[in-house]
Design a binder for this molecule. Structure first.
Ligand SMILES: Cc1cc2nc3c(=O)[nH]c(=O)nc-3n(C[C@H](O)[C@H](O)[C@H](O)COP(=O)(O)OP(=O)(O)OC[C@H]3O[C@@H](n4cnc5c(N)ncnc54)[C@H](O)[C@@H]3O)c2cc1C
Length: 449
């Protein structure tokens, strides 16, 4: 144990990962969390007797940070992969299987044609990617601009945009290829043809087609928060229900008038901007330029056999052009059969950057609108046994073109104006849980340096 004191502001996965690293290093840590519970967006509700996550339910397996964290917390043996892996895309009155792809970029034009999802003209347009001249601009561009140019509008609108939108509820015409989808950014660097680039990337990757894409602890992501919370209780100070503010002190920083040598700010971008504006105004201004999408997640518990989807189907993505309220349906009980074998649980996503119609609806109106879409998409006629809606306001940061450069600048300004104060969270370099853990660890390492 050293005398250095570090405050962590924000008790979501980013802040708790920072605290976990700092505790390991033997410094004195205090975690400030404004709400009465830890976890932030990793939250659980009980519905019809089932404990169900109201936001993330799994994490990407190929990024190591969550797997490592689970193992550090003694949960490695609990990690399970989804039992259902086939997604469908809705177009008109039909659901189409997803053709082979990497983040929506097709890898096999024959299979793309066979899927029926893209018209013959659309497939012919996509094939031009293989022969069209190298037209890559030197600077960052949007995923939309890149995919429209190489593969055509239809592949963007019915494949890439729905897949990416299922992750960030964003608009691929504004999403930075470089920062928003690093794999697509890397494909763009690798080869003028996106199809060739993705084939090369897949050939270089370890050829294990059975490797899980997603993982989660059988006891739920909540169990990781519970264990991190337990570590904080045992080895640090926990200030729950205490919104923090930060002031400059003569020999460090004051958080809620307590002195600390270093501070890790691990809240969402907007609260971070409010916290930093008195001490690092340029960083606060930079954070305020990061737009964030709002979404609603509806959990529906249904009787068995009430939907027209086989057990192998994990969910349905709904392209923007379909004009529906529902953006994605995840069949939780197909993916995670241990949840229940006598009921169906759906996680239904509503809202995207370009569609806020739901924002002013009450729960009943929202449920009616969702049920109308589900009746047409998956044949659901039965009213739910139980339902629950969570509204996540400005929850998903949007990485517009040029994002990476703006983050570098705002972090430079933070180092200059408030040395010893560090940022973590999904507004920086990745939205998913592994990236949040990485950002928490990086901020902790900077606080220890
Ligand atoms: C609906 C939805 C589904 C998602 N699904 C997935 C998924 O399946 N897989 C995946 O990898 N990612 C998913 N994500 C993304 C992922 O959940 C988030 O990026 C991640 O949880 C963010 O963690 P965080 O700790 O950075 O922020 P948060 O979880 O937002 O935590 C920040 C904490 O800071 C606290 N706080 C704010 N202001 C103050 C203050 N002044 N003082 C003290 N505390 C403060 C807040 O109360 C909050 O607890 C999803 C997100 C949403 C919204």
């Amino acid at each position: 144990m050293t005398d250095r004191r570090v405050a962590v502001v924000g008790g979501g996965i980013s802040g708790l990962s920072a605290a976990h690293t700092l505790i390991d290093a033997g410094v004195r840590v205090s975690v400030f969390e404004s709400s009465p519970v830890l976890g932030g967006k990793i939250a659980t509700t009980t519905l019809d007797g089932l404990a169900l996550p109201t936001a993330p339910d799994a994490f990407l397996a190929r990024q190591p940070e969550m797997v490592e964290l689970a193992s550090e917390l003694g949960l490695e043996d609990e990690l399970i992969a989804p039992a259902a892996r086939e997604a469908r895309i809705a177009r008109g009155s039909r659901l189409y299987p997803l053709p082979p792809n990497l983040l929506g970029l097709p890898t096999d034009l024959g299979a793309l044609a066979d899927s029926g999802l893209i018209s013959r003209d659309g497939v012919a347009r996509a094939a031009l990617d293989l022969t069209a001249a190298d037209d890559r601009p030197a600077e960052d561009e949007s995923v939309g601009a890149l995919v429209r140019r190489r593969l055509g509008d239809e592949v963007l609108e019915y494949l890439v945009d729905p897949l990416l939108g299922g992750i960030n509820a964003g608009d691929s015409d504004r999403l930075s290829a470089q920062a928003g989808v690093p794999q697509i950014g890397a494909a763009r660097e690798l080869h003028p043809s996106l199809i060739e680039a993705v084939r090369t990337m897949q050939a270089r990757a370890t050829p294990n087609p059975d490797a899980p894409i997603f993982l989660t602890p059988q006891s739920g992501l909540q169990s990781m928060i519970d264990r991190l919370g337990q570590r904080v209780l045992e080895h640090a100070e926990l200030r729950l229900g205490q919104p923090a503010d930060i002031e400059r002190a003569s020999d460090g920083w004051h958080v809620n008038r307590e002195r600390f040598d270093r501070v890790v700010v691990a809240t969402a971008a907007d609260p971070a901007a409010n916290l930093l504006s008195p001490i690092a105004p340029a960083t606060a201004d930079g954070l305020r330029t990061i737009d964030a999408s709002s979404v609603a997640l509806l959990l529906l518990v249904l009787p068995l056999d009430s939907i027209d989807l086989p057990a192998a189907v994990s969910g349905v993505l709904v392209p923007r052009l379909e004009g529906r309220m529902v953006t994605a349906i995840s069949v939780a009980t197909n993916k995670w059969p241990h949840i229940a074998d006598d009921r169906i649980v759906l996680r239904v996503s509503v809202g995207r950057r370009t569609d806020q119609r739901w924002l002013h609806m009450n729960d009943d109106a929202l449920l009616d609108a969702v049920r109308a879409d589900l009746a047409e998409l998956i044949g659901l006629e039965h009213p739910p046994i139980a339902h629950h809606a969570t509204r996540w306001i400005e929850a998903l940061p949007q990485y517009d073109v040029g994002h990476a450069g703006r983050i570098d600048l705002l972090e430079d300004a933070l180092r200059e104006d408030a040395p010893g104060v560090h940022l973590a969270g999904p507004m920086l370099r990745g939205l998913g849980l592994p990236a949040c853990v990485r950002s928490g660890r990086t901020a902790a390492a900077a606080a220890l340096a």
